[in-house]
Design a protein around this ligand. Structure first.
Ligand code: 13P
Length: 251
């Protein structure tokens, strides 16, 4: 049985007091009996704040939004996997479309970051997804397939069962225009089949999350699809009430 996961990607938002208030509100009201794994991904500088508040708390993990492929050295502005581990992170988002579009993260770099994460004891949440133009040109499967193939080649087919995949259509991110459950399920099925081609025995165990304008009012319908195993949440992860409602919908 694969895990259900709801991960919050806070992106570049929040002060220490915002982060404290959000974590407190989420941890007070979270249903810890549910089988959903909750993951919070704050900006790097807020990880110590989140880590301190979550010490000893069951049912909530946290992670970074990116990592460098090197462990240490002259890489100004970067954060490494051992640094994330040092602060208790268990997850890291890799290949978010904003990193791909704004910071030049290529398929090969995303693959190398995924491998570095696994080698360091972090679970990479590997983001894939097509732009609006690519969807309109009917190239969604070739784009997502190539993004996925690079990561599978990078980590090796045996270890691809240790990753989490997040399908995030670029046109649905921050736009209020989510993919419909049918649209999302179709790509999730494609992703699962592609993973099965690499590792038939374990593909069914790999959580595939949907991201892109997930809100309390559309989460249940999305999570009801057979290959949608939870969500990677942006804007709604900054509201404790909305995020908790989405966690509840995944349970
Ligand atoms: P929104 O939920 O704000 O659309 O963002 C999704 C996302 O990019 C999560 O990584």
């Amino acid at each position: 049985m694969r895990r259900r996961i709801v991960a919050g990607n806070w992106k570049m938002n929040g002060t220490q007091s915002d982060a404290s208030a959000l974590v407190r509100a989420i941890s007070v009201d979270l249903n810890r009996d549910s089988a959903v794994q909750v993951v919070l991904c704050p900006p790097f500088i807020l990880i110590p704040t989140v880590a301190t508040l979550l010490t000893g708390q069951q049912g909530i993990e946290y992670g970074g939004q990116n990592l460098d492929v090197h462990d240490h050295g002259a890489y100004t502005g970067e954060i490494s996997a051992p640094m994330l581990r040092d602060f208790g992170c268990r997850y890291v988002i890799v290949g978010h479309s904003e990193r791909r579009a704004l910071y030049g993260d290529t398929d090969d770099l995303v693959a190398a970051k995924s491998r570095k994460a696994l080698d360091s004891g972090l679970t990479p949440i590997v983001c894939v997804g097509e732009s609006l133009r690519q969807r309109e040109q009917n190239t969604t499967e070739s784009v997502v397939g190539a993004q996925l193939d690079a990561v599978v080649a990078g980590v090796g087919s045996a270890r691809c069962a240790e990753i989490v995949v997040a399908y995030e259509p670029v046109w649905a991110i921050g736009t209020g225009r989510s993919a419909t459950p049918v649209q999302a399920q179709s790509v999730h099925r494609f992703i699962r089949d592609r993973l099965a081609a690499a590792n038939d025995a374990r593909a069914a165990d790999i959580p595939i999350l949907y991201g892109g304008s997930v809100k309390p009012d559309n989460a249940s319908a999305l999570f009801a699809e057979p290959d949608i195993d939870g969500g990677l949440i942006g804007g709604a992860a900054l509201s404790a009430a909305d995020f908790l409602a989405i966690c509840h919908a995944a349970a």
